[in-house]
Design a protein around this ligand. Structure first.
Ligand code: SF4
Length: 231
């Protein structure tokens, strides 16, 4: 396998479909982590068009909005698949509850990170156990913490290659693709939610606000990642 630098050079001018086709056809252990947001839905459609049993998984934190379960269901039905679901370890959730209550994440960054660890990061570790290439829907224009990201990155905490096929996509390109291909999308996107995570940690934003400002809105921008996508 080439280095990250070589991969970024090799696929510099490739479309997301071309990059995905290259890796899916090589049958590498490649998987998309989906939260059923607009970008993930575009990638789901692209990947299943290339390989109808492509590995797509999601992390059900137990705190997702109803609308996310709704789009999960519609996605499974449309593509005749069952997206793989990873749930948090129940012992860990019970201990977390004893330690910081049910909504303790509002009280401090530390509490919030504890919750994200139990409900997202630990299940993610399990989901990525046999994966060599982790596909994500990250886009550079989504936030200040993502503006320098590249299509290929090395993910140190999981020791694998992270592939961000839509890194240079604009929001308009994402929505043009969704509408043209009749891709199911989360109804919260039509209610002012460009980025959707857990229900208690996501709010709608106003037109002039940053795309990610509805996530953990009570924290400073530099803290606004759940740990899934830190270098
Ligand atoms: S986004 Fe909020 S509810 Fe979800 S895991 Fe993180 S802190 Fe917990």
């Amino acid at each position: 396998m080439e280095t990250i630098e070589e991969l970024n050079k090799k696929f510099k001018n490739s479309s997301p479909e071309e990059v995905l086709e290259y890796f899916l056809s090589k049958n590498n252990n490649i998987a998309l982590s989906s939260s059923f947001g607009a970008e993930d839905q575009v990638l789901t459609h692209m990947m299943l068009k290339i390989k109808n049993d492509a590995n797509i998984f999601t992390l059900d934190t137990g705190r997702l909005p109803y609308e996310t379960y709704d789009v999960m269901d519609r996605t499974n039905l449309k593509y005749n698949i069952k997206v793989n679901v990873f749930f948090p370890n129940s012992d860990n959730v019970e201990k977390l509850y004893q330690k910081q209550g049910i909504n303790g994440f509002y009280e401090s960054v530390e509490n919030r990170k504890n919750c994200c660890f139990v409900r997202k990061l630990e299940p993610l570790k399990r989901a990525l156990e046999n994966v060599d290439i982790w596909v994500t829907g990250l886009r550079a224009e989504q936030s200040i913490t993502r503006k320098d990201m590249q299509m290929f990155e090395y993910d140190e905490s999981n020791d694998l290659i992270k592939l961000n096929p839509l890194i240079n996509f604009t929001e308009k390109q994402v929505w043009d693709y969704i509408l043209k291909n009749n891709v199911p999308f989360n109804k919260l996107h039509s209610q002012g939610y460009p980025s959707i995570g857990c229900a208690p940690c996501t709010r709608a934003i106003k037109e002039d606000e940053d795309i990610r400002s509805g996530r953990w809105w009570w924290e400073n921008p530099e803290h606004k990642e759940c740990g899934l996508h830190q270098k």
